[in-house]
Design a protein around this ligand. Sequence first.
Ligand code: 7PM
Length: 286
Amino acid sequence: MTLEVPPNSIPDVRILDCAGKKLVLDRTRIMGILNLTPDSFSDGGLWLGKTAAVQHALAMQDAGADIIDVGGESTRPGARAVSLQQELDRVIPVIESIVGQLRVPVSIDTSKPEVMREAVAAGAGMINDVCALRHDGALQAVAELDVPVCLMHMLGDPRVMQDNPVYDDVVKDVTGFLLTRADLCKENGVPAENIVLDPGFGFGKTLQQNIALFHALPDIVANGYPVLVGVSRKAMIGQLTGRETRGRVAGSITAAALAAQMGAAIVRVHDVAETSDALKVATALC
Ligand code: 7PM
């Protein structure tokens, strides 16, 4: 008689435990973007902005989002920093009100350890840090909070990152940075199972550098950590299509489907319904 499940087999499906809500990485999962910067939901009144934000989170879940990424700090090239209190005021009330209404987990897009702590206290189940925990106290916060963390590569900071980014070898440099940050996380008590890596498309990269990184996705994935890809509506899609932000949906979903085929565990997107369809078709046909 043969055993269907060997007793000491290693599970081959990775699962991110996001403060109790599980993100099962058996197929490419969709992270829906909930941007709480003033240019998005708040038309003046904070409460009006909050209601619209909650509705949008629920709509993204209905459209197929597997996790909702809440962000209140603009990382747009050239953007100026947001104060701690401003960022807390934007994100915490929204997290508090959506976590109970959503079946999918919530991640917090922040680089500030205080925001990480308050967001997780409010029910967030994952940290998404475009600075890869380089801010003072961020590494310790994540180790203590015991939730998954996405470590993203960025060259320089948002104010200057698009001013002539230069690499020795962009794929080696970005991969080396991410693996070094992952090692540091593990040395500081973050379990390997909680680490997600992201090459950081558009964060201090030219179009050619973004393309080189995209081509290298299978190699980045081969390091064993789940890889998150965020290209939705970004300048690289605009450069490839000649379109402004609102016309970049088709380009964005094409890139998301390709990233999925190349092994991305999570795609971070604005257009959840379209991406969900694209991933279903790509998965069935490829
Ligand atoms: C303005 C310009 C606003 C650019 C927002 C952005 C990523 C991220 C962002 C990403 C991960 C955007 C960016 N991008 N987090 N946060 N990966 N992990 O286009 O690529 O959404 S903000």
